[in-house]
Structures are given as C-alpha cells and as structure tokens.
Design a protein around this ligand. Sequence first.
Ligand SMILES: [Zn+2]
Length: 573
Amino acid sequence: MKKLLTLLVLLFFTIVLVQAQSYDVKKADSLLNANGEVYFSFHVYDRAELDALTNIISLDNVRGDEVFAYANRKEFGKFSKLGYVVTILTPPGSMLADKDLMKPEGALNSKGPATWNFYPSYQQYLDTMAYYASTYPSLCKIDTIGTSKTGRLLLAAKISRNVNVDEAKPQFLYTSSIHGDEVTGYVEMLHLIEYLLTNYGTDPKATRLVDSVQIFINPLANPDGTYHGGNNTVNGATRTNANNVDLNRNYPDPAAGPHPDGNAWQPETVAFMNFASTFGFNMSANFHGGSEVFNYPWDTWVRRCADVNWWEFVGREFADTIHQYGPTGYFTDEQNGVTDGYDWYRVTGGRQDYMNYWHSCREVTIELTTVKIMPASLLPSYWNYEYRSFLNYIEQSLYGIHGVVTDTATGLPLYAKLTVLNHDADSSIIYSRMPTGFYDRVIDQGTWSLMFSCPGYHTKTINNVTVTRRHGIHLDVQLKAINYGTGELNQGELTIYPVPASKDIHIVLPEAESAKWKLDVLNILGVSMYSGEIVNTGQLVCNLDVSSYPAGMYFIRLSGKSGIYRKQVVIRH
Ligand SMILES: [Zn+2]
C-alpha cells in the first residue's frame, strides 16, 4: 500500500513536471551537452518584452512577434522558467555535410586559394593569410591580435601601400564571424584581401583604396566557435566561444555597464579591446549572418545617434548596390536592407556600440545572409553581389573632413579632440591619432562648425566647413600652445625614448649645465601623474618608471632656467 502510494505521488509529480515543460527537454539537453548552446524560437505578445529578454538570452533575430535566440545552459535555465512555449531548432552550424562545405585537398596552390567555393580548414586559413603576407610584403602584413580560449590565433591582415609605416591616412577595419556559425563573411573577407592585393595597380578603385587607406581585415573573430566541430570542418560551428559565451554580448555597454552579460571579458574580447586601443580605427564593419541588413548604432539606446543621416546614406548605398547586382529579394530585411539597431531589437554588450562609444569608431553590424552556413558552392555568387558594397564602404572613409593637427610653433603632431558644434552627442566626438596627428571625421552633407582642442593649447573653432556627399575635404589645423609664463621663452621639443614606452621612459635633458629641472607628467585629461624635481648630477638622461600608468597618451613637461620643453608620449603595455 505504502509502495503504491509512493508510486502514485511520483506519477503525479511527473505529470506536473512534464506539463510545466513547454519545450523538448531531451533535445535541448542533448544539444547543450554537445555544443554548450541551444538555438530556439518562441513568440512574444509585446516587443517590449525583448528589452528584458536581451539580458537573459542571446537574441539572434526577430520577425514580427517570432523571436530566434541562443542560450547556454545557465541562460536557458533562467529563460525556461519564464513560461514561453519554445521550439528547439536544429543548430544552424550543423545543417550541411562536410562535402557541401569543405575542400580538403588541392584547395591551396602556389597562387593561394585557387577558388572561393569552399570554407577553409583552420590550417588552410593560417596558410592563406601567411601566403598573402609573404607574396605581397610591401602591401600586406599579418598581425596577431591575440589568441582564443583554446589557443587558436586571432589574425588581422593590414593592407596598405607602405604597409610597415603608420601614415596620415584613415584606418579602416573589417571583421567577421564573431558569431562562429555565421561564416559567409569569413570567406568573403579572405576573398577581399586577395581582391585588393591582386588588383592593386590595375583596377583604379582597388588601387585608390590601398594607396589612401590603411585597411585592416580580421576574417575570423571567433575561431573556437567556427571550428567547434574540429579544425578540418566548419560543420558543427557554434555561435559562442569555447566558454559558451556570446562574444557579441560581452563588451562594455554605454547603457548597461561593463559586464552586461554577467560574464568576465573573454580572451577574444580582451584581445580585441587591446587591438582597438592600439590602432585608431575611423570606420569599421562587423559581419554576421542570420539576416540580410545593414544595422547601424545604437543597439542599446532607443534614441538616434548624432550621425543618423550619414548612416542612412551610407547604409542605403551599401544595400542599393547589392540590389543592383543581387537577385530580387536579397538583402531587403527591415527597411529594405537598412535599420537602426534598436528599431530591430535591442542588444546590450555588442561590439558595435562599444566601438562607437569608446573608440570614436563608426562601426556597423552587417548581416550578410539569412542562412548562416550556406552551401559553399554559392559563395562565389554572393561575393559577386556584395564586393562592390565592401569597396564603397571602405571608400567612405576618404570622405567627410580629414587632415593633420599640429603645434603651430614646432610643427609636431598633436592628439586633439574634434567636436562638431551643435551636432555631436553620445561620444560622437573624434580624436586625432598619434604619432601622425591625423584625424578623419566622416559626416553627412551640411555646413559644420568644428572645434579642435588639446590640453595645453588654445582651442580653435573653424566655422562654415561645407561637406558634400562622396567628397573629402582636407583641412590641416595648427594649434597654439598656451603661454605659461617667463619660462615659455625657449619652448621646444624634448627627446624621449622609447616610443611607445611600456616600463621606463628616458628623457634627454636639454642642457647639461642646468642644475635643476621640474618634471611634470599629465594624462590626457590634464590630471597630474607625476610632479618632481630633477637635480642634474652630470647625467644627461633622466629615467621615469611609467609601468604603473594606464596605457594611453601623456604629456611630459620639463621646466628649467632655459625654458619649458614639452613632448607627448604614448604608453602601451
Ligand atoms: Zn551574429
């Protein structure tokens, strides 16, 4: 009797449990075991629900009231308690067989990849990147941005005439597949590297871009996700990295704070943040799949960004050019292929907003294909629909207003801030880039007032700068140092090495006979980092330990009997 009662109680609870589960528990569980993530869809009654859901799961697409999303085990556990009726979907990374994707043999020959109708293995990818650098050493070099969680390489090709020199030109970045199972852009970016290198000197547009822009291309931002199924196939690719974290929800967010997803910054995130700090990208795009749309900032805020008109113009150019060369209906999601990010659905922790807000970089999210992993045989056709738009978007970095900011007296380049008066908002100001002092303010047509400022210098405002679309205005700007007093008579440049510095900086004292100097170090906001006296004991060089200073730009000022000497230094760790 007791046994029967226990059985009945158990049966009762089993029924209750089964009824409470509104999804295929077994299927979800086996996918979470195999991939660390699960892909699913559900319906919302009100789109306002998405604002809360975006902090719990990784929203992937929203079509009407139907939502597509990913979650790892922890996220799915939280979400499944909310009572939505959920359909567990086949992972997009496992829809096709190897034979439809890969080309294991003969894919690379002495001229690099012979065709573009396959997804490379991890080794083929490394070999292809190395091939470009070794075959075009004056136009292409490969930087290692960092390594993934499991030690795979995060690579970026730099393509530019005089590739080994940082010149006074825009710095432009393309990067793809931060979601490991969205790989059309991965192959397209390798193809773009080849296109720029092989057409340099013959095709006028490719030549102009390589001559005038420093182009960086990171084809694969999440190699652990893409090669989740092993180094020889993209079959089994996952959205997340090896820690099952969505890297495009893992960045500091202007509205939601430093860790909007509740996870530590992943190795891939840290590597990319360092990469973005080391260079000063003016424009970039991050390629995804799952939809077909040009998604501009903000993702996190409902309000429009300051440069919304410019984004609409550039986005329309991107989409309309694809419409001209692609099949009917392709790249027409949202507003015929262009959308404000928040209008589509809110994302927090995305890289786009991070780059726009903290790096003054105009970054857009571009979803290339609704199918995340297409049969490889279709890749050449999609390249043909898209590549003109890739080139046009790079070309936009040559338009707007650009030039070099220097010190009136010394002619030395300055790290200056450019504010477009009555226009800039939410961190849309930009900075000139050291060591060249080059700035690049892409902006829509109009007549603008520009204010240039730099600590220790008189601010300069230039009114009535008229910009027209698809034209660049070259505007060099000189700023005059603020006169600090009697010691100013003999101001000049200090000699400091190494540049950039990481541990010690060595300051060459201007005059051996001066007994005393006052040394000041200010950070970029003008806050004193160091102030002290140097007594010259016959040493011509004074050393300063800067290992505890945060990476960035600093101003060194040395005051003595003969005058004040200045220098800006960059500290990197
Ligand atoms: Zn994506």
